[in-house]
Design a protein around this ligand. Structure first.
Ligand code: ZN
Length: 116
């Protein structure tokens, strides 16, 4: 199991903290030379976190073909709403090809750090 670590210098306040809705751009339609684009409001259950951060990009290895690649090269795909993976090997296409975990932000600790 690889632990993907937080880049400490990237931790910052989330300008959208607490938000539970936002907008997404829909399809663009061109009719009689006039372009219009649907804008839709979407809602989600979990409020956005107080802090956001970036993660390191470690080397990972596929359990199928043993190819080595960077974590951000993993592919994602879904068969349907319940069957999906964001751990697909970029070389052989094996689903759930490696195991990793993202380091968790300990919010109370970082809040103290950022206030000082
Ligand atoms: Zn592979």
């Amino acid at each position: 199991m690889v632990l993907i670590k937080v880049i400490k210098s990237s931790i910052r306040k989330n300008p959208n903290a607490g938000r539970t809705s936002g907008f997404v751009a829909g399809r663009t339609v061109c009719e009689d030379g006039i372009q219009t684009r649907d804008i839709q409001r979407i809602h989600w259950i979990t409020p956005e976190a107080n802090y956001i951060c970036e993660y390191e990009n470690p080397d990972l290895e596929c359990s199928g073909c043993h190819g080595k690649f960077k974590a951000n090269e993993l592919r994602a795909d879904s068969l349907d709403f319940d069957t999906w993976s964001n751990r697909i090997c970029p070389y052989c296409g094996k689903w759930d090809c490696c195991e990793f975990e993202f380091e968790k932000l300990e919010e109370p600790c970082h809040q103290k750090k950022l206030k000082s």
